[in-house]
Design a binder for this molecule. Structure first.
Ligand code: C5P
Length: 242
């Protein structure tokens, strides 16, 4: 008998919709694995910078992606540590420059193909929460639950602005909105795996919702799904017993 693949929840959306934080919280509550697929594209962009590979050199980036020496080390109640070629790069990959470079390499079909099996390898028992742009459409089309988060560019830029301000980084809100819109355009208009909700995704408008509200909404979806009988029994752990 072929063993059933581990269950997957996909959380897709544009930058600044909060999908990273939401996914991490849902994965922690379930005790499931977490795939931050954007981090893979970010690490590849950083590796390209490190090895002086141009962001439009598809062949070289394909090889770099294939042999990318990256590790994600899970941490309790926190985002995983990211290690590139033995060096910790968890914070380094989070800059706007690397985010933009990631969206340029992510538009290359050979790069996406090279990273596909690496992403699917994260699917392990007891389950996986996968966040990105094409988790529900391309990487895990058979996911048990697909979520798509959206919010206006202004709201997303404001969240990013506050995040950076908290870290002591000063940025211009207008520049952030412009950068976000450019990145959205590149992610939505690329030929392969463009940013869009899967046909069977549940779309959540996060404009007026806190992270906790979104997590609660997703938990309710999980509890309502017959595909997750074992999880539905975890109601008490979610603190949502009625
Ligand atoms: O989600 P994050 O902002 O870290 O992603 C960085 C970039 O990587 C995105 O702008 C997008 O272009 C790309 N990406 C992608 N597909 C994914 C995840 C991220 O194309 N599944």
């Amino acid at each position: 008998m072929i063993p059933k693949a581990a269950p997957v929840i996909t959380v897709d959306g544009a930058s600044g919709t909060g999908k990273g934080t939401v996914s991490q919280l849902v994965a922690t509550q379930l005790g499931w694995k977490l795939l931050d697929s954007g981090a893979l594209y970010r690490v590849l962009a950083l590796a390209a910078q490190k090895h002086s590979v141009a962001l439009d050199h598809e062949k070289a980036l394909d090889v770099l992606a294939e042999y990318l020496d990256v590790q994600f080390i899970a941490q309790l109640n926190d985002f995983p540590l990211v290690i590139l070629e033995g060096e910790e790069v968890t914070g380094t990959i989070r800059t706007e420059i690397i985010g933009n470079a990631a969206s340029i390499v992510a538009a290359l079909p050979a790069v996406r193909a090279a990273l596909l099996s690496r992403q699917r390898a994260f699917r392990e028992y007891p389950g996986l929460v996968a966040d990105g742009r094409d988790m529900g459409t391309v990487v895990f089309p058979d996911a048990e639950l697909k979520i798509f988060l959206f919010a206006s560019p202004e709201e997303r830029a404001l969240r990013r602005y506050n995040q950076l301000k908290e870290r002591g980084v000063s940025v211009n809100l207008g520049d952030l909105i412009k950068e976000l819109q450019e990145r959205d355009k590149r992610d939505q208009e690329r030929i392969v795996a463009p940013l869009k909700p899967a046909n069977d995704a549940i779309c959540i408008d996060t404009n007026r919702l806190s992270v906790e509200d979104v997590v609660e909404r997703i938990v309710r979806e999980i509890q309502g799904k017959k595909a997750f009988p074992a999880i539905s029994e975890l109601n008490l752990e979610f603190g949502m017993a009625e």
